[in-house]
Design a protein around this ligand. Sequence first.
Ligand SMILES: Nc1ncnc2c1ncn2[C@@H]1O[C@H](COP(=O)(O)OP(=O)(O)OP(=O)(O)O)[C@@H](O)[C@H]1O
Ligand code: SF4
Ligand SMILES: [Mg+2]
Length: 358
Amino acid sequence: MAGIRADVEASPGTVFKDVINAPVLSVKDMSVSIKTDNGIVRAVRGVSFSLSQGKTLAIVGESGSGKTMTCKGIIGLLPPGGVIDNGTVTLCGLDVTRAHEKTMRQVRGFNVSMIFQDPLTSLNPTTPIGRQIEEMMVLHRPDMNESARKARVFEMLDLVGISNPAERIRQYPHQFSGGMRQRVMIAIALTLSPKLLIADEPTTALDVTIQAQILELMNDIQRKTNTAIVIITHNLGVVASVADHVAVMYGGRIIEEGGVENIFYSRKHPYTQGLLDSVPKINRAKERLFSIPGSPPDLVNPPEGCPFAARCGSRMRVCGSYVPPIMEFGGGHSAACWLYDKRATAPPSAVSATPMLS
Ligand SMILES: Nc1ncnc2c1ncn2[C@@H]1O[C@H](COP(=O)(O)OP(=O)(O)OP(=O)(O)O)[C@@H](O)[C@H]1O
Ligand code: SF4
Ligand SMILES: [Mg+2]
């Protein structure tokens, strides 16, 4: 991975500290930038969150808000030119921003596994499905002999609900439907029983019925294995059916986070409000669909203050100049918005007497 690496190495499956009660994943103030021909993209800007075993965090937000780069930073697979330039990411007790690449190869698989945004093209078209599942074990589990690996392939196909495994393992990806291929991707990701599964838009390419099946499968697997899951999605319906906690991203930042109930029934941030207003309502089918006017910020030159200021109907003077503070509403619900800070709505004389946060 790009970024700072100290010489931290480990053997397969190590849980790096006493993490029995600690979160599986803890991200603190992480920033990611990507050097491109057009300048440095500030893809992730000071993101913090944590996730415990058996829980699901949904990351939502418009295209380009930094969802994928947050997750690729966590697993150490940023694109060329990408670095974590600030913060820490602690995964099963290991600060992955300081880990050696050799250690990270072990971590990916044993501790964390990611299903990428384009899963249907992630399978190798020229290799039978069984072999593709087995490869994870060939690479990472030299202690397993061929029959143990084969048994695990059958077990995984059973876990993800693919019947007739003896025939299926010999087939190629084109002989599987989209939903079945997604099940295979989940099987591959879970073969080594990682503590954390990251799924980037796992259902976007699937039709609605199959989406529901895959989400139910993920819920079911979580009940059986207690895996922590980070799911990235554009779809707030997906959030409602799988998540415990939600992080809303905009312009490379988390602008609101909270439990599912907080986000759906007592959201605080105008952007979250806009996202929820954009969801089609079944009883208002004939109404014109709302969409948030304007477009997301350019992350090569991110705005100075609130990233949403250019599109926000509640914008105040302070919003364009100062990054909003994170306001806590209790029970893990918070939002980064000046609307909830008395200093922003106080008379100008009071504001100038109080130093603003940056
Ligand atoms: N390989 C790359 N090289 C340079 N910039 C990139 C690269 N991948 C993403 N970016 C930029 O990083 C920022 C965050 O992108 P990211 O892919 O994390 O967005 P996202 O929220 O996952 O969007 P989407 O919903 O479209 O997948 C964007 O400004 C994007 O243009
Ligand atoms: S900080 Fe200001 S611009 Fe940003 S969302 Fe809140 S009110 Fe709108
Ligand atoms: Mg993405």
